[in-house]
Design a binder for this molecule. Structure first.
Ligand SMILES: *Cc1c(COP(=O)(O)O)cnc(C)c1O
Length: 495
């Protein structure tokens, strides 16, 4: 299997090259040259545990890795040390639908699903390609990726990681989690800007060829832990195939029966993984792309026009407060019939004019998707609904997906059973969950977390204690224009 850039650069690269580079040199994202079929019948795959399934799925894409290598990577990532549930991605039945809980990893958000394996994939890729330089992972975060990536790369030999997060765009708990991060090789800076500023800033550093040359002379190459990295995206296919298999084993569906999935979406990585799984043959009917009030994707699926010229809203689902969804570029490339030139010109128009427009035929390519959004009050009413009816406490991101599923059903009459993709633990966003429940009693963050624990009867995860007791280790702040200098200070000291 080879990978090509969405922006039309000639030539293709191997999986390990794509993983190491993160972003292609022309600024595009790597896409596999085709979609392999599922490596076995749904029934057979349903009998595998998470680790073995991960190995089987990844072996379809990472064809320059040996079986042994992939088994090592999957075993190192998906174990009891990193996940507090032996199923890794457990399912919970919710009124005829299913909550797919992707928040049992070390940082309480679904980013752990891919970021617990990415460092191992990168290390193996570095061995394969004979990389000599130090790998510096440059990452923008809307709150969850940063922590999960630092946790994954902390003290990994031959790597260093730098994270930029929007100063006022993450929750208090997310910020604290990052500031207490341990590891000699971890660096974090708060950026005076929003997530889009952080993400564009990181992409600019990637395309600053003079700077990259300077780094290389000092023995450094850059890579990314953002979902622009194909090594982030591919491990995310596994839990869709796994949960389908679990439904099959539990007798909840028949083999081949279609399901819908509702995915709380920001950068379009998680839902794109579901789409890749569908292209491999997983019976998914509709992919519900659930946005919060930053509804740029909802409008895109409704109108075929992507238009980022609007105000950026801060919501109670901050990890989805995004106006430029990077991974949509991969879907766009496919919708354009893998025409990299067209894709590049649409991306140029997005960055220069702020929008691009699809033709009718290209829009019909997107008919597997439905775009919907939830207002804050709708999101909160879902949190109340499931707490009262099922004693299940959704975090605000997951509640957005539940809300969009509800409105989709009302509009379409499509009653297909659905997976609601749960992307964060309610503890991670305890203040917002309590507000939704009408229990907004002053007090500091950790007394709110305690209150949520007593209302829900759920034990506080280990990550809560780590953040509560951790020592603050990072206090750097930077202007948008200062990201490059900031990165240099992290890498070379004050010089
Ligand atoms: C990152 C994140 C999302 C959005 O996922 P994308 O892959 O960027 O669409 C949703 N919810 C939570 C909790 C997240 O951390």
């Amino acid at each position: 299997m080879y990978y090509r850039s969405t922006r039309g650069a000639k030539g293709s690269v191997t999986a390990s090259e794509a993983i190491l580079k993160g972003l292609a040199e022309d600024g595009g994202l790597y896409v596999p040259e085709d979609f392999p079929r599922l490596p076995g019948s749904l029934k057979e795959l349903s009998e595998l545990d998470y680790r073995e399934l991960a190995r089987r799925i990844l072996s379809c894409y990472l064809t320059d890795f040996t079986e042994e290598e992939l088994r090592d990577c999957a075993d190192s990532a998906y174990n009891e040390r990193n996940f507090d549930d032996p199923k890794i991605a457990p399912l919970r039945k919710l009124e005829g639908d299913f909550l797919l809980e992707l928040f049992h990893g070390r940082t309480l958000a679904f980013k752990d699903m891919a970021l617990s394996i990415l460092p191992y994939l990168m290390r193996k890729s570095a061995e394969k390609t004979g990389l000599r330089e130090k790998l510096v992972i440059l990452t923008a975060t809307s709150g969850d990726t940063g922590k999960a990536a630092m946790e994954g790369f902390s003290d990994v030999e031959g790597t260093e990681i730098i994270v930029f997060y929007p100063k006022d765009g993450v929750s208090a708990f997310q910020e604290l989690q990052m500031r207490v991060q341990r590891g000699r090789n971890t660096h974090v800076a708060a950026l005076f800007g929003n997530f889009d500023d952080a993400q564009s800033g990181v992409k600019r550093l990637f395309s600053d060829l003079a700077w990259r040359k300077k780094l290389r002379e000092r023995g450094i190459v850059l890579s990314s832990a953002n979902s622009i990295n194909i090594g982030r995206l591919l491990p995310q296919l596994v839990y869709y195939i796994y949960s389908y298999g679990r439904l099959l084993s539990l007798g909840e569906i028949r083999e081949g029966e279609e399901i819908n999935v509702s995915v709380p979406t920001g950068n379009f990585g998680n839902i794109l993984a579901a789409y890749f799984a569908k292209r491999m043959g997983l019976p998914i009917r509709k992919l519900l792309c659930a946005s919060n009030e930053n509804r740029v994707l909802t409008d895109f699926f409704e109108s075929g026009v992507y238009d980022r010229r609007r105000s950026f809203l801060r919501t109670s689902s901050p990890s989805m407060d995004i106006l430029i969804s990077s991974n949509l570029e991969r879907l766009l490339y496919l919708a354009l019939g893998r025409d990299g030139e067209r894709c590049r010109s649409d991306m140029a128009s997005l960055s220069e004019e702020g929008s691009y427009r699809l033709t009718g035929e290209e829009r019909s390519f997107l008919s597997d998707f439905y775009g919907g959004f939830a207002k804050e009050e709708d999101c909160f009413s879902e949190i109340r609904h499931y707490a009262e009816k099922e004693h299940c406490f959704l975090d605000p991101h997951t509640a957005v997906a539940a809300s969009v599923l509800r409105s989709y059903r009302r509009k379409s009459g499509d009653d297909t059973r659905a997976l609601i993709v749960g992307t964060a633990s309610p503890f991670k966003f305890a203040p917002a969950v309590l507000r939704a429940l009408g229990r907004e009693e002053g007090g500091e963050l950790f007394s709110k977390i305690d209150l949520l624990s007593s209302i829900s009867g759920l034990a506080e995860p280990e990550a809560i204690r780590e953040a509560r007791d951790g020592e603050i280790k990072h206090s750097t702040e930077t202007e948008i224009g200062g990201m490059r200098d900031c990165a240099e200070r992290f890498l070379f000291g004050e010089a």
